[in-house]
Design a protein around this ligand. Sequence first.
Ligand SMILES: NC(=O)c1ccc[n+]([C@@H]2O[C@H](COP(=O)([O-])OP(=O)(O)OC[C@H]3O[C@@H](n4cnc5c(N)ncnc54)[C@H](O)[C@@H]3O)[C@@H](O)[C@H]2O)c1
Length: 295
Amino acid sequence: MNKVSIITGGARGIGAAIAHKLGTKGYSIVIADIDENAGQYRLNYLKNSGIDAIFIKTDVSSEHDVSNLMDKVYEKYGRIDVLVNNAGIGFSGRSIEEQTLEEWRRIIDTNLTGTWLCSKYAVKYMKNTGGVIINIASTRAFQSEPNTEPYSASKGGIIALTHALAVSLSKYNIRVISISPGWIDTSKWQVPPRTSNLSNLDHKQHLTKRVGLPEDIASLVSFLVSDEASWISGVNFTIDGGMTVKMIYIDENVIQNSLALLFDDYELSALIRRLIDKAKNNKEEIKKLLKEIVG
Ligand SMILES: NC(=O)c1ccc[n+]([C@@H]2O[C@H](COP(=O)([O-])OP(=O)(O)OC[C@H]3O[C@@H](n4cnc5c(N)ncnc54)[C@H](O)[C@@H]3O)[C@@H](O)[C@H]2O)c1
């Protein structure tokens, strides 16, 4: 009998790569996702890779759906060994004055309450055998751009929920660990797959010289759920190509903002920003013009 792993939000993106990786390690895979079409697509993909898998349509913020998910999995397989709480939604980026209570609740309900609900109902069965719960947080639990309050708060909550659960569930031999990914390019694992359109600047600002891939997170999950990681519980792993040990994320906006600070002149920084945009398509002409200016 295979061990059984449930991956929430496993139809696409990081969750899909985790599902595939654990499937290749011999787990039976349960994709629990709100998106039925994407779920069916991923199910076919996994089955075509020779992986034993099922899809159960689930909204992780619904207590009814989550309770039903765990009952169905136990009914079919008689065990739950691994739960990956990966389902999550982002935030549109509106200012705190414009954010609505409805938006706040939607994000907290999906990202944080969903993680709590899935853990609660999985434990009912996981405690028979022991197991591992992996919670996908984010580096945004520790650092923020402006206007990300609901998302950052939900991810910070996941970090705290992780150590609380780890302490409570150790009596059942259940380890609980969070992973905080940085910038992950999920194009290849979308439904249908997309072509990545990241720039050199996007990649090169990482210490590892590239944006992360879902496979990077899947490899860490695969290790953490294995017996080789049996002494690890209650902690968070940041996996971000080294980005958060740097003080800033560099992009054209950061360059412009830094220049505005340097010159104390917004107009000049905006002009240089426009020059940068022009130079992207016309390097030689801009170089010639600049040489005329600076000699
Ligand atoms: N991509 C990144 O750069 C990045 C960085 C840090 C953390 N994360 C986190 O990783 C996780 C996966 O992100 P991703 O980029 O792969 O996202 P994605 O949007 O590509 O995939 C998310 C999946 O979750 C499903 N989902 C959404 N709401 C759901 C709900 N209520 N119930 C069940 N399923 C639901 C979606 O249908 C989708 O299949 C999220 O928790 C996200 O916050 C992503």
